[in-house]
Design a protein around this ligand. Sequence first.
Ligand SMILES: [Zn+2]
Length: 113
Amino acid sequence: MHELGVAGEILGIALSEVERNAAKKVTSIRLRVGVLRAIEPENLSFLFEHLSRGTPAEGALLEIVEEPVRVDCAVCGVSGARSLVWECPRCGGTGIALTEGDSLVVLSLDIED
Ligand SMILES: [Zn+2]
């Protein structure tokens, strides 16, 4: 249930934005979540709803954009999207660096004064 920690993280970001903008309410939050985070969107929304109760983020809509896995190969330099296989999609080399797929980023927040 690591979604609980993630939900808390998102709530923290949302509430600090409310404070920074002297706003009253968060109406929606757009997130980019890497597939490697293995987040269940329904679970995350449910937990966020629970945690945000009684805060300015109560009732905010979570919009979750999934980020695919993307790798960079140190051998041939190719950069590509790939499912969960730890080798380069072109040369089969294993000296790859994961460049996308594990992020958790708040892309935007809609707030109301
Ligand atoms: Zn390669």
